[in-house]
Ligand binder design. Structure first.
Ligand SMILES: Cc1cc2nc3c(=O)[nH]c(=O)nc-3n(C[C@H](O)[C@H](O)[C@H](O)COP(=O)(O)OP(=O)(O)OC[C@H]3O[C@@H](n4cnc5c(N)ncnc54)[C@H](O)[C@@H]3O)c2cc1C
Length: 416
């Protein structure tokens, strides 16, 4: 069933009785060409591009819970390609280009909204760093504008410009950045993959890997053994736990990240704003709630919830940036589990076990990467060669010292 304005009109006339589920609920088959472990954004987009761009028909996605139960349904929905380093910038710019055509591509309204992402700067040194970042972005085909304080004031007059500790001196604006409806993205990829024959199997937990003569030949699950010529793992915050079942220890640690949403307010923030003197970012959803977040909780955890010190820290960041936020009431907060890598950048690579491939290390920035991650992982799984923009995301870069340390924080995952 293709969605269109005409279809909506026709369904309205017959009481919306013609809509069908977005994907089937198939039983797992005994074997596939490719099995993807993890039905989050990255697993689903990988399956979608395998089917649509690489002609792979016998593909399954195995999800231990329900689609959207992981970070794809828990993030603050920001998309952008404002990266500095050559290993990152072309990858995230490819992702942005895929976002720009995504809804037409998978025929679902994922509410991709290029409302602009503004990173504020509060010192002269930070402005210099943003100028450098903006130039790097422009060199690789992205858009970037450096604003002075008056330029920021024209967009967001309510910000606390004269805060004695954190005066706002300007900001780096990417107008093509913005937000997208996170669960709509999962549904769109799932539906698109299902329509091309991909089996999306929910409540199917991978409990082990089938390794014969040193080669991965499939997976063990709570619904039986499933054989596959290739297995791709895209389980985000569960990466350490799942890859341990294949005997691998990775340069990844898991931490919780929280998000918050307030009661619905009249429109007041039409873009995404990030505070440059702490870690705080905010946007307003189409329903009116202010959606915001900050740092990860500072201890390792697999719990999908965080703790109170970060709630306080995020609230302080919000109050320093825009004191009016103190009058809004928080309706909900939740947490997700982040697969923090040692340099803050992802891994899309083969592993030391032939037949087993890894997509991980998205830290708290993997939503924006969903389209390019799936595309590049599908490329790797199909052709056994890395996509040109993901060439730097090798697993052995940590052994070679070829880190892609966007923040310059060193091997401190909680600081990336
Ligand atoms: C609060 C919060 C805010 C965020 N904000 C942003 C943002 O604004 N912008 C941005 O770019 N990124 C953001 N992120 C990060 C982003 O959401 C993640 O990096 C990204 O979603 C991770 O990829 P995924 O969608 O595939 O993960 P997930 O949706 O977590 O998918 C992994 C899936 O694997 C499944 N799984 C795990 N173990 C197994 C197993 N053994 N067998 C089968 N399945 C298994 C899980 O159930 C899960 O569904 C945020 C994250 C959080 C939590």
């Amino acid at each position: 069933m293709a969605y269109s304005g005409f279809r909506l009109f026709a369904e309205a006339l017959r009481g919306h009785r013609g809509w069908r589920p977005l994907w089937r609920d198939p039983e797992p088959q005994a074997d596939y060409d490719i099995v993807i472990v993890g039905g989050g954004g990255h697993g689903l987009s990988t399956a979608y591009y395998l089917a649509t761009r690489f002609g792979q028909a016998r593909v399954a996605v195995l999800e231990k819970g329900w689609l959207g139960s992981g970070n794809i349904g828990r993030n603050t929905t920001i998309i952008r390609s404002n990266y500095l380093l050559p290993g990152n910038q072309p990858f995230y710019e490819l992702s942005m280009k895929l976002w720009e055509g995504l809804e037409q591509d998978f025929n679902l309204n994922a509410m991709v909204s290029q409302r602009g992402v503004l990173n504020l700067c509060h010192t002269d040194a930070q402005r210099d760093a943003y100028r450098r970042r903006g130039n790097a972005m422009i060199l690789s085909g992205a858009d970037a504008e450096l604003l002075d304080a008056e330029g920021v004031r024209a967009m967001y007059p309510f910000l606390n410009f004269d805060n004695a500790r954190f005066p706002i001196k300007g900001g780096l604006l990417q107008r093509r950045g913005g937000t997208a409806r996170h669960d709509g993205v999962a549904w769109g990829y799932a539906r698109g993959a299902d329509r091309r024959g991909v089996d999306i199997i929910q409540h199917c937990e991978v409990t082990g890997f089938l390794v014969e003569d040193g080669v991965c030949k499939g997976v063990e699950t709570n619904r039986g053994t499933i054989r596959a010529a290739k297995v791709g793992v895209a389980v985000a915050g569960s990466t350490g736990r799942v890859m341990a079942k294949a005997g691998m220890r990775l340069p990844i640690e898991s931490f919780a990240l929280q998000a918050f949403v307030t009661e619905g307010l009249k429109p007041c923030i039409d873009g995404v704003i990030t505070f440059g003197a702490g870690h705080f970012y905010i946007s307003q959803s189409d329903k009116g709630g202010l959606v915001f977040g900050g740092d990860i909780d500072s201890y390792n955890s697999y719990a999908q919830r965080g703790n109170l010190p970060v709630v306080e820290d995020v609230a302080e960041g919000g109050m320093a940036l825009m004191p009016m936020i103190g009058r809004a009431r928080v309706l909900r907060s939740w947490g997700g589990v982040m697969d923090m890598s040692m340099d803050g950048s992802p891994i899309i690579d083969r592993t030391g076990i032939p037949g087993l491939y890894l997509n991980a290390g998205w830290c708290y920035g993997g939503f924006k990467a969903t389209p390019a991650s799936g595309f590049c992982f599908a490329h790797l799984l199909s052709t056994d060669t890395p996509h040109e923009v993901a060439r730097a995301y090798r697993l052995d870069r940590f052994a070679r010292g070829a880190l892609i340390d966007e923040k310059g924080a060193g091997a401190q995952p909680n600081l990336h």
